[in-house]
Ligand binder design. Structure first.
Ligand code: GDP
Length: 357
């Protein structure tokens, strides 16, 4: 499961953004009954230009199940969260289980919205949260190092991470090799996860002057000490505006955006929308979509599915296992075909493709 944590200080717009995305997700979830909706988790299907649907037709499947990413709304983190302040430990444990962090930073100065520290300062705010993530990792690493079971490679790497954290470097900026990262994977270090900073900007800037809001966001991101812009990325959003748009149909959106003279019409809400977010996550985590489907014989599973897997570690055996454990045991070789090629065919058989359309 690919999970994405929405983190940030309290009152910065996390839930507003989450709701904007969840509105659509709840509507979609009716089509995907296997998706149970938890209040703070929303599944988002990964868009693929309708490829899954077309493949299901070729495979003559009864069902098509898209892959999802899961967006988790973590309650606000406060100063001292790493020491358990404001249920911090519990919230940080939720983040530990996620693959990527979306860090929402308040950058609008709507006086009606209370700020926890009384003033809007995006850089200082982001650093409060970043520092808590770093301190939480430091104590996590130190606790692990005290255990007698922490030996060999793990110990060596953790000592290196500890030193980095003590010098204010997030674990992802220490330059660990992939095998070093693997040896400490089970710890779920927070600062090893890539971060996408989302600056929640004033809606007027968002609607009419996107370039300036992006430039401002970039300037903020560059000032962040605990950020690694080689690995991290940033975007802008007006959570409030996206939330307003989220309940409208495409046609209603068009009319509304026209009526307010929005600069780039319907594309406006594509920056961090329901459709764009999973693609952003897929890029940042370097994931690949793979489709599995039944042969045409009726006794086989009737479902064509999309899987989302790390692009570096796709093996035929792994894929066979996604279909069925038994198939994985018996697999000898496989013919791999591009989904975009396969949809050119009428259907496919056990040995070969049948009748191009
Ligand atoms: P959370 O605590 O981070 O989940 O913050 P919420 O999403 O609950 O938002 C806190 C308050 O800020 C609410 O009153 C929202 O209506 C308001 N808010 C959220 N996003 C925006 C925004 O983009 N612009 C403005 N003006 N207000 C916002």
């Amino acid at each position: 499961k690919v999970k994405v944590a929405l983190v940030g200080l309290p009152n910065v717009g996390k839930s507003t953004l989450f709701n904007a995305i969840a509105q659509k997700s709840i509507a979609d979830a009716k089509n995907f009954p296997f998706c149970t909706i938890e209040p703070n988790v929303t599944p988002i299907p990964i868009p693929d230009d309708n490829l899954l649907h077309k493949l299901a037709l070729v495979a003559k499947s009864k069902k098509a199940l898209p892959a999802h990413i899961f967006l988790v709304d973590v309650a606000g983190l406060v100063k001292g969260a790493s020491r358990g302040e404001g249920l911090g430990n519990q919230f940080l444990a939720t983040v530990r289980e996620c693959n990527l962090i979306i860090h929402v930073v308040r950058s609008h100065d709507d006086a009606d919205v209370i700020h926890v520290d009384g003033k809007v300062d995006p850089v200082a705010d982001a650093e409060v949260v970043n520092l808590e993530l770093l301190l939480a990792d430091l104590s996590h690493v130190q606790r692990r190092l005290e255990k007698s079971t922490c030996i060999g490679d793990e110990k060596e790497v953790l000592l290196k991470v500890e030193k980095g954290l003590e010098n204010g470097l997030p674990a992802r900026s220490i330059g660990l090799s992939s095998s070093e990262e693997f040896s400490i994977k089970s710890l779920g270090l927070l600062t090893l996860k890539p971060v996408v900073y989302i600056f929640n900007v004033d809606e007027v800037d968002y609607i009419y002057d996107r370039d300036t809001s992006m430039a401002t966001a970039e300037a903020y991101a560059k000032q962040l000490q605990y950020c690694d812009l080689e690995k991290d990325s940033f975007a802008v959003v007006s959570a409030k505006f996206e939330n307003e748009l989220s309940t409208k149909s495409d046609e209603e959106k068009r009319v509304y955006l026209d009526s307010i003279g929005a600069v780039d019409g319907l594309n406006l809400n594509e920056q961090l929308s329901y459709r764009r977010l999973p693609l952003l996550v897929k890029d940042v985590l370097d994931l690949e979509l793979v489709y599995t489907g039944p042969g045409v014989s009726p006794e086989r599973s009737q479902t064509t599915k999309t899987h989302i897997i790390p692009s570096k570690s796709i093996s035929v055996l792994d894929l066979a296992g996604k279909l069925h454990g038994d198939i994985q045991k018996g697999v000898m070789n496989a013919e791999v075909i591009r989904a975009t090629d396969l949809i050119q065919y009428e259907t496919y058989g056990r040995q070969r493709l049948c009748a191009p359309k």
